[in-house]
Design a protein around this ligand. Sequence first.
Ligand code: UDP
Ligand code: MG
Length: 316
Amino acid sequence: MDISIVIPLYNEEESLAELTSWIVKVMEQEKHTYEIIFVDDGSNDNSWDIIEQLKTEYSCVRALKFRRNYGKAAALQVGFQATKGNVVFTMDADLQDSPDELPELYRMITEDGFDIVSGWKKVRHDPVFSKNIPSKFYNFIVRKMTGIKLHDMNCGLKAYKRRVVKSIEVYGDMHRFIPVLAKWAGFKKIGEKVVIHHERKYGVTKFGLERFIRGPLDLMSVMFISKFGKRPMHLFGVLGFIVFLIGLGATLYMGIHKLVAVSNGIRLERITANPLFYIALVSMIIGTLLFLTGFLGELISRTSGDRNYYQVDKEI
Ligand code: UDP
Ligand code: MG
């Protein structure tokens, strides 16, 4: 099969029929073999009934449904696992992404050799203050931190080579960072294409203010796991060592200072009256804790089974 189109959806009943017929129209012109995989993320409107209806009309439709709402990342992950196509697209179900972009994205993957092409909603039709401006800022930070030169990391419309989606694991709210996950799995050719973006025609956005908290936390997790996920001791050990050393140095300084003073018959204040004493105490405790965290991290990363972590790309 040439193409799989994965569409995560949560309460998008009004859009589904229109979206499906639009995709089918574009795909039939292209003469590729394709499938549309709807992943219903626990909708409680009529979305699933409509998908069942669509299935009877179009044989290219496949669909999975979660019993409850797990989030867009989970829906994408399950959709990715189900794909059979050599090129995999993702798009939102709300008609904000245009199926007309698919042929050019397909060409960029198959002919230009990109591993991933991300859409770039250069002209974006979303609320300016709650979405567009925060998104620009956010993309700037992510570009700086990850070194991936994308203007629109979190665009729902993306195209992938098959092996990319089969070798990454999207969970939590990590749908925002799929290019980062891919880069860290070793896929280097990441491109972007300016895409048309429409206003939401039906329904409402599914992401509220909580994304301002989850986004930055997930970014930190991604950065941490990508660098130290398999060697936590290298972070916590170094930090712990430095902090402990500060405490130890302060303790030695105070001890020697006191001894020298006593042996010279000078009366000094009590060591516990010296602020340095508390700094030394706290540093040594925190240093030890960091060290222990490192050991625990090593134990966990060694025993917990992410057996796919090291991926062999070629073999002769
Ligand atoms: N979505 C989902 N599960 C969720 C939230 C969203 O599958 O928990 C889907 C949603 O139905 C849509 C896509 O993810 O197809 C993008 O969501 P939305 O349009 O609300 O995001 P926005 O465009 O406002 O950023
Ligand atoms: Mg949307």
